[in-house]
Write a protein of this length. Structure first.
Length: 76
């Protein structure tokens, strides 16, 4: 198993970052983080990803982007 199965991510630097879905659905493969959603203490809890192909949006807990079996950083 790959030692780097999880990505190192700083949630404060996620805004406008690019992500590739490992298993695309509806031809939605490339995403851009368009919004960070914070709690009462201003800690990032979720992010809004927008599909590049059709601009559909998905709200996702930011830490799920660490899973290399689901998300890869950048557009591949």
């Amino acid at each position: 198993m790959n030692k780097q199965a999880r990505h190192q991510i700083n949630p404060e630097k996620l805004l406008l970052s690019k992500w590739t879905a490992v298993k695309p659905s509806n031809k939605e493969k490339h995403f851009l983080v368009t919004r960070l959603i914070r709690d009462e203490q201003e800690i990032v809890v979720t992010c809004l990803l927008e599909a590049v192909i059709n601009h559909s949006e998905v709200e996702l807990d930011w830490y799920l982007l660490k899973d290399a079996s689901t998300w890869l950083p950048g557009w591949l």
